[in-house]
Design a binder for this molecule. Structure first.
Ligand code: FES
Ligand SMILES: [Fe+2]
Length: 420
């Protein structure tokens, strides 16, 4: 896509210019094929994309395959424990080499088409000809992989954004106590949402719609940021007072356990936009379960008390997370088409926690199972609505400020990446 024709670039600039700050995106952002192609190349192939946690490929030789836009890739854990990534396209005639969603590699990888083989560094070691011919072939093209406390990010660009290092440094003290590197996958669920990926992210970046999540609201307070109490109804004000009291209790505990909780919000104005903050939870304050109690008896890391609320993390453009005392939730979204988006949810528990002994899987997963399905419905209905010629973008409210910040990031990054 480096050689985007001039008229195509102008076309994209025109769509970007149709966006008004503080308003929902115009319909073309969800319907235009050229814009979608530009997003795959300039957003998804140029930025750090959250794909997995190390717990998903726990042993040497474990691999998983992914599709980021037009790029099939795979992640592989080598025997030395390092996680490496390669483009999954054969150096012979281009077939995908690893064709299952996941598996275990032997000492070499073999393309099933004509049986070219590769070592785990991506070098061709067999191609049906002489060793000399194999050695003269270029190796598999590597993908940049960066791990932050067990979270695996990849970047397909030759020169990935360097600011991930600064994000790593700043979020590590928040994440480290949850010991994600010592977890295992309790469940993973893929949902295909029938909407554009930006609708999926917009929907995640606000809780204005959270009345549609009765299960989630058992544990999650709807307040994000510093809401204006003057504009609240009496009922909302009473709820807000309850929230402030819970926050005082939680902050005392966070201080006691030395857990950082202050908001860091840099959702735009940088390549790797992110936001993290420890949030108060309602009820017992322990977890995102139907009764708000910890789902797993085996707490993460060195935690001795489950009443820690949730550490949330957003990373542009495709991920969000909840780190609780007893489990971790990761969400990775990938565009499958202009109006189809994969949302992969993973529930992680302590590596030693036993299902049926330390936790009940249905109790662990029911809240976000329900929430995801409700969100998929919101996204699908919005996709259908924004495609209407009668659609007019409305104003984004104060409680939806993160939607606007996502739009700002998106526009900044597309403009920065489009060829001059
Ligand atoms: S395409 Fe892989 S061996 Fe021919
Ligand atoms: Fe939602």
């Amino acid at each position: 896509m480096d050689g985007l024709p001039l008229n195509l670039r102008e076309h994209i600039e025109k769509i970007l210019a149709s966006r008004r700050d503080g308003f929902a995106l115009p319909g073309a952002f969800f319907s235009d094929d050229a814009l979608y192609e530009a997003e795959l190349e300039y957003i998804f192939a140029r930025h750090w994309i959250f794909l997995a946690t190390g717990a998903e490929i726990p042993e040497g030789g474990d691999y998983r395959t992914y599709q980021i836009g037009h790029y099939p890739i795979f992640l592989l854990r080598r025997d030395d424990g390092a996680i490496v990534g390669f483009h999954n396209t054969c150096r012979h005639r281009g077939s995908r080499i690893l064709q299952q969603a996941s598996g275990i590699a032997g000492a070499t990888l073999m393309c099933p088409y004509h049986r070219w083989t590769y070592d785990l560094d991506g070098h061709v070691v067999g191609c049906g000809g002489t060793g000399e011919i194999a050695r003269s072939q270029p190796p598999l093209k590597a993908v940049h992989v960066r791990q932050i406390e067990g979270l695996v990010f990849v970047c397909l660009a030759d020169e990935p954004p360097a600011d991930i290092e600064e994000m790593r440094r700043r979020i590590t003290p928040y994440l480290a106590p949850h010991a994600v590197t010592n977890t295992k996958v309790a469940k993973q669920d893929d949902i295909i949402e029938h909407g554009n990926w930006k609708l999926t992210i917009e929907n995640n970046r606000e809780c204005f719609h959270c009345a549609g999540h009765p299960e989630l609201l058992n544990s999650l307070f709807e307040f994000l940021g510093e809401p204006d109490v003057n504009t609240m109804s009496d009922k909302e004000r009473a709820e807000h007072r309850r929230f402030l009291a819970a926050r005082d209790t939680s902050q005392a505990l966070w201080h006691q356990f030395g857990l950082p909780f202050e908001l860091i919000e840099e959702l735009h104005g940088r390549a790797t936009g992110f936001r993290t903050e420890r949030l108060v939870l309602d009820g017992t304050g322990e977890s995102m379960t139907p009764n708000t109690r910890a789902a797993s008896r085996r707490l993460l890391g060195q935690f001795t008390d489950a009443r820690l609320g949730t550490l949330h993390l957003h990373v542009q453009p495709n991920a969000w997370f909840h780190f609780l005392a007893d489990h971790v939730l990761t969400f990775s979204t990938l565009p499958l088409g202009r109006d189809r988006t994969l949302v992969r949810t993973t529930w992680l528990v302590h590596a030693d926690a036993q299902e049926g002994v330390d936790y009940d899987l249905a109790n662990l997963t029911s809240v976000w199972d329900a929430t995801n399905r409700q969100d998929a419905e919101f996204v699908a209905e919005t996709q259908r609505g924004v495609l209407s010629p009668a659609y007019l973008p409305g104003p984004i409210g104060d409680t939806e400020f993160m939607v606007n910040r996502f739009h700002s990031w998106y526009e900044e990054r597309l403009r920065a990446a489009l060829p001059p």
